[in-house]
Design a protein around this ligand. Sequence first.
Ligand SMILES: Nc1ncnc2c1ncn2[C@@H]1O[C@H](COP(=O)(O)OP(=O)(O)OP(=O)(O)O)[C@@H](O)[C@H]1O
Ligand SMILES: [Mg+2]
Length: 351
Amino acid sequence: MFNFTNFLKKIKLPFFANFEIYFDLGTSITKIAIKDKGVILREPTFLGYNSRIKDYSFIGNEAKTILGKTPDFIKVVRPIVSGVISDFDAEVFLLQKFLERSVYLYSGNKMIKPMMIGIATVPTVATEIEQKAVREALLKIGMSQVFLIEKPLATAAGCGINVFSHEPTLIADLGGGLIELSIVGSSGILSHKTLKNSGDQMNKVIFNYVYLKYGIILGEATCENLKIDILNFKNTEKIVVTRGKSLENGLPKTVKIKSSDINEALRSNFNQIIDGIKELIESSPPEVVDEVMQKGAILTGGLSRIPGIDKFFEEELKLNVYCSDKFEYATINGLMKLTANEETFSKIIIQ
Ligand SMILES: Nc1ncnc2c1ncn2[C@@H]1O[C@H](COP(=O)(O)OP(=O)(O)OP(=O)(O)O)[C@@H](O)[C@H]1O
Ligand SMILES: [Mg+2]
């Protein structure tokens, strides 16, 4: 069995620092952490490509800010789609810049690069080629060794679940690129289901809804803000005045958009998630179903912040539903937790 701490000791050179670096390569947000320091970077997985200089001019926060406001020669690029790398070179560039902004600040002597071990998550549905892309990207940015684990295990651990116990737990990670529904336990994933009607796709649904109902074209960032600011499952009617481009004459037009509009637009997305959880439970063995029904389900990921989503899911699923409090960092915190014990960690590494 491979022992990565022994490996570290073997390769240790006197003037090199050893770092274990954790990566949550989220479709919307990239998180990077280092051992004993915790999360040191959280930035949008966005870049701005400048075709005039044939290089990336905007990275992370700045690239997300310019979304919808760029001249023709700047294109916003999202290197991760549905939880996997879709633009390898862009992802390598982004990660390199993120390392410079975060990890290198902790590595002491800037002239000497630290010896880095990369530990990252991949979606359960990622193919071998998609896993290889993550490995290659991390090796390319200077990791001397890369370890991968399935994302739901890390996310569950970050929500306080002991993934090595034989009690199954249902966890729903409602992210930007994927809705990952999993039952974890006994050091593995007992069953899983992945849906693509995630946060990003919901922004597109909002775009279409507003286009058809109010006759205006909204920007991508505005659609996302509507979801974050006014969507709720508590019957609280919030109204926002939104500006877009009129379909009739192309001029700016102002409309009032209500919470109930966004609820109506996204109703079928959320129904699909609820059906997905029901199917996941139904397809599991009887003992697992029984324990899951007693224990309830955990919601995490960005969409778990929607006010009232726990009660709404609870009523529809007829089981207890809890939202994790550290939803933003569940996956990366879980990675750090899981590596703390090298013996148990070695059991869950993807070989
Ligand atoms: N308060 C909120 N209300 C509604 N949606 C939210 C809220 N906060 C974030 N989101 C949405 O959550 C999504 C991002 O979630 P998260 O950070 O879990 O994704 P990710 O980890 O980057 O993606 P993935 O794990 O799917 O690859 C985005 O679509 C964002 O719009
Ligand atoms: Mg995520």
